[in-house]
Design a protein around this ligand. Sequence first.
Ligand SMILES: Cc1cc2nc3c(=O)[nH]c(=O)nc-3n(C[C@H](O)[C@H](O)[C@H](O)COP(=O)(O)O)c2cc1C
Length: 197
Amino acid sequence: MTILIAYATTDGHTRKIARFCADHLSARHSVELLNLDDSEGLDLSRFQGIILAGSVHVHNFQRPLVAFAKANKAILQAKPSLFLAVSLSAAGKDADDLQGLRDCHTAFEAETGWVPGTSADVAGAFRFTEYDYFKAWMMKRIAVKKGQEVDENADREFTDWAALARLVDQWAAGQFATVQGVVGDDADSVACTMSGN
Ligand SMILES: Cc1cc2nc3c(=O)[nH]c(=O)nc-3n(C[C@H](O)[C@H](O)[C@H](O)COP(=O)(O)O)c2cc1C
């Protein structure tokens, strides 16, 4: 299968996730990796499957991701697709946070008109090494509020890489309906049912 993995990232973790998926899938498939900041003129017709990835920042996905999904909704809808939504809400079990995440998906689908064939929430990371002073201060406050122990001089990842590999394998094999969402790390993961078509 020829697969496009297109991503938007703010602090770099979704890029790491997209690269991981590309490296993993390229053992069996032809994979092209693209930062959505650089998607102009891309012809989607040559791909047999499309993975879009982006992260939640203040309840919204990145604008280049929204614009791309909106501009290409017809072709995205017509092909096997997987949406990887990266967030910190997905790293926990807080009901309000998880509802907030569902609201982000609803708003994204309403704005873009694209309903992903398969959608998964992926636990993201605190990227203190990328944050400026204010962002680090704010994210530290959020971490403390959520009972997370973080070191302001180090990143903290919650992504379950093995589960992510299983997910993309199953998606590429067309087993969408049986796949469970990948959320959280090994120690603290939450399953979410994935929609499939
Ligand atoms: C300024 C800021 C705002 C964020 N807002 C949210 C949010 O509203 N909901 C959420 O679940 N995660 C939120 N996050 C967590 C990010 O989704 C998470 O850190 C993710 O790994 C970022 O991916 P990126 O490095 O690709 O940008 C926020 C992170 C930052 C730095």
